[in-house]
Design a protein around this ligand. Structure first.
Ligand code: L34
Length: 284
C-alpha cells in the first residue's frame, strides 16, 4: 500500500506542540527571538522568508526580518550579524541562502554566533555533527532534521536500513548522511560523478533525492517498497516539481513525499524548533 506523506499536516501538528512550548517560555519572561536576513530579491527566497516570518509570528515569537539591498557590502552584512549576535532579544539568526556573488558566504556563516546558528551551518555545529558529538548543544540543519522528523513520525525504521542520499550539498546531503549514520543506517552518498546512479539507487530502502534536477529519479531506478523522500524544488513551466519522477516512483514506493507539501514545510517547522532550542539555551 502506497502512502503519500503529508509534510504540511505533520508541520501543523508540530506547530501545535511548539505553541505550548512558546507559552511556557513567555510566562518565564521572554518569547523566542528570530532574526531572518534576506539579501536581494530572489523570488524563491522571498517566498521562503515570507513563510518563515508568518509562522514565527503565528507561534508568538519575537521576529524580525532584515530585507537588505542586493549590493550590500560584505562589511555591512557582517556588521549586521555582529549586532544580532549581541542582541539579547535574538536567539536565532538565519541568513537566507543563496547570497549574491560578491558576498563570501563562508565568512558570513562563520560570523554568526554558533549558539544562535539555528540553520546549523556554522563549522562548530557541522563539526559536532560530523564527529558524532550528540550530547553537547548542537544545532542541526533544518532540511535534514525535517526529514529525520518525518521518518520518525511515520514510524519508518532506520537502523540497519540501506539509505541512499543523492546529492552532497553542505545544506542537505552531507548533514543528512551523518544524521542517518548516527541512527545506524548504512549510508551511500551519490553525486554528479557517481558512475552508475541507477545501480546505487536500486539498492535503497530509503532514498533521498536532493540534487535540484527535475525528475532525475525514475521508477525504474528504485526497488519495490522504497521510502522515497524528495528534497528537490524545481520550477518547470511555472509549476513546482521535485527530483523524483513522482508518477513512476509512486508505483513502486511504500511511502513517498510530494513537492510541494512534503519536505519544504518540515524545513520551516525545524527552524522554529531550533529557535525554541536556542531560546532555552540563552535563558530569559
Ligand atoms: N539559510 N537558506 C538558509 N536556510 C534554509 O533553511 C534555506 N532553505 C533552502 C534555501 N535557502 C536557505 C529553505 O528554507 C530551501 N528552503 C525552503 C524552505 C521552505 C520551502 C522550500 C524551501 C517551502 O515551504 N516549500 C513549499 C512550497 C513553497 C513554494 O510555493 O514555493 C513546499 O510545500 O515544498
Amino acid at each position: 500500500m502506497l502512502k503519500i506523506i503529508n509534510g504540511k499536516e505533520i508541520a501543523q501538528k508540530i506547530y501545535s506542540e511548539l505553541r505550548e512550548e512558546v507559552k511556557i517560555l513567555e510566562k518565564e519572561g521572554r518569547a523566542p527571538g528570530l532574526a531572518v536576513v534576506l539579501v536581494g530579491s530572489d523570488p524563491a527566497s522571498q517566498t521562503y522568508v515570507r513563510s518563515k516570518e508568518r509562522i514565527a509570528g503565528e507561534l508568538g515569537f519575537f521576529s524580525k526580518v532584515f530585507r537588505e539591498k542586493e549590493d550590500i557590502s560584505q562589511q555591512e552584512l557582517q556588521d549586521l550579524i555582529k549586532r544580532l549576535n549581541q542582541d539579547r532579544e535574538i536567539d536565532g539568526i538565519l541568513v537566507q541562502l543563496p547570497l549574491p556573488e560578491h558576498i563570501d558566504e563562508k565568512t558570513i556563516i562563520e560570523a554568526i554566533d554558533p549558539y544562535k546558528d539555528v540553520d546549523g551551518f556554522h563549522p562548530l555545529n557541522t563539526g559536532r555533527l560530523f564527529s558524532g558529538q550528540r550530547d553537547s548543544f548542537r544545532f542541526e540543519a533544518c532540511t535534514p532534521l525535517g526529514i529525520m522528523e518525518l521518518l520518525e513520525r511515520e514510524g519508518i525504521e532506520i537502523e540497519g536500513k540501506k539509505a541512499v542520499v543523492v546529492g552532497r550539498s553542505n545544506i542537505v546531503g552531507k548533514p543528512l548522511a551523518h544524521l542517518l549514520l548516527e541512527r545506524n543506517a548504512t549510508v551511500t552518498i551519490c553525486h554528479s560523478r557517481t558512475r552508475d546512479l541507477a545501480k546505487e539507487t536500486r539498492e535503497a530502502d530509503i532514498l533521498i533525492a536532493a540534487v535540484g534536477k527535475a525528475a532525475l529519479i525514475t521508477g525504474d531506478m528504485v526497488k519495490d517498497g522504497v521510502v522515497a523522500i524528495d528534497v528537490g524544488i524545481n520550477r518547470v513551466d511555472g509549476k513546482l516539481t521535485g527530483d523524483l519522477d513522482f508518477d513512476s516512483v509512486k508505483e513502486k514506493a511504500a511511502c513517498i513525499t510530494p513537492v510541494p507539501g512534503g519536505v519544504g514545510p518540515m524545513t520551516i517547522a525545524m527552524l522554529m524548533k531550533n529557535t525554541i532550542k536556542a531560546r532555552k539555551y540563552h535563558g530569559v
